[in-house]
Design a protein around this ligand. Structure first.
Ligand code: 1HE
Length: 253
């Protein structure tokens, strides 16, 4: 599907997925959500990591409020499920995804960022959940993913009081793992993506698919799942080769 509001560029082994609806602050229309879904579903097999960023002064202003028209409860639920499907393809898709954040990361924009594996924020970034003041609730998986980053108490406060976190406070609160100078988030995210792309694919897969699930299991189940995925990654030919390379390089020392 082609959509003028989304641009895909593949550089080396990294897919650059850019929201190109800057005039509307990259507000996420249904069409844009579908385009995101299709893009991640159909990434070429040569891609090993992805970066998401947004054109213009803001990463993403969240849900396209102009589309928030009369929906009955069932349609509202389906709309939320549409977002869930698309953002799940980012979180549990084929490759690690790094978000390059700047300006507004608000509402559904924060939900999108929280579905990514690594967030790099520049100093212009701010985080908010205006849903609270618009009389609605998060619907793009935010109530599941955002508390895992910042905790239930902070998210409750943001939605109840309209609190906005700036980039520095946001980094301390765990919205982003990296805080960089203004205008450099994309460069840092791309550099990280290139590094991530050199990992064994099975290790990246384990980090994306096993680690978050293990973190939600009881310790007993978690240890068992860890043993399984650990055994699987070790047995891969690529892991054996990497260990051999290390030992052979170390041998003469
Ligand atoms: C939009 C949207 C939008 C901007 N939907 N059109 N999200 C929000 O409640 C955030 C709403 N947006 C804002 O608070 C501000 O736009 C920003 C702080 C992000 C940026 O401010 P600024 O001064 O740079 O831009 P602006 O002048 O407010 O907006 C520029 C244009 O983008 C303008 O349109 P124009 O035709 O008058 O030029 C705005 O109307 C348009 N625009 N944001 C539609 N969100 C799955 S559930 C998720 C639920 C949510 O995400 S709720 C939170 C929605």
């Amino acid at each position: 599907m082609t959509n003028p509001d989304l641009h895909l560029d593949i550089r080396d082994e990294v897919a650059i997925v850019r929201l190109t609806r800057g005039a509307k602050r990259n507000a996420l229309s249904d069409g844009l959500i579908l385009a995101l879904r299709d893009t991640f579903e159909k990434l070429p097999g040569t891609v090993r990591a992805a970066v998401i960023d947004g054109e213009g002064p803001h990463f993403c202003a969240g849900l396209d409020l102009s589309e928030l028209k009369e929906r009955d409860a069932g349609q509202g639920m389906q709309h939320s499920r549409l977002w869930h499907g698309a953002l799940d393809l980012i979180q549990h898709g084929p490759v690690p995804v790094i978000a390059a954040l700047h300006g507004a990361v608000v509402g559904g924009g924060l939900e999108l960022a929280s579905a990514c594996h690594i967030r790099v924020a520049d100093r212009s970034t701010f985080y908010a959940l205006p849903e609270g003041s618009r009389g609605i609730f998060v619907g793009g998986g935010g109530s599941v993913r955002i508390p895992k980053l910042i905790g239930v108490a902070r998210m409750t406060d943001m939605m109840m009081t309209g609190r906005v976190y700036n980039a520095e406070d946001g980094e301390r609160a765990n919205f982003a793992q990296y805080l960089v100078d203004e205008g450099t988030a994309f460069d840092k995210a791309f550099e990280l993506a290139q590094r991530v792309a050199t990992n064994a694919p099975l290790t990246n897969y384990a980090l994306m698919h096993a680690l978050p699930r293990i973190a939600e299991q009881s310790a007993d189940h978690g240890f068992f799942t860890e043993a399984l995925i650990s055994g699987i990654t070790q047995a891969a030919p690529e892991a054996k080769q990497r260990v051999r390379d290390f030992l052979e390089a170390a041998a003469p020392r």
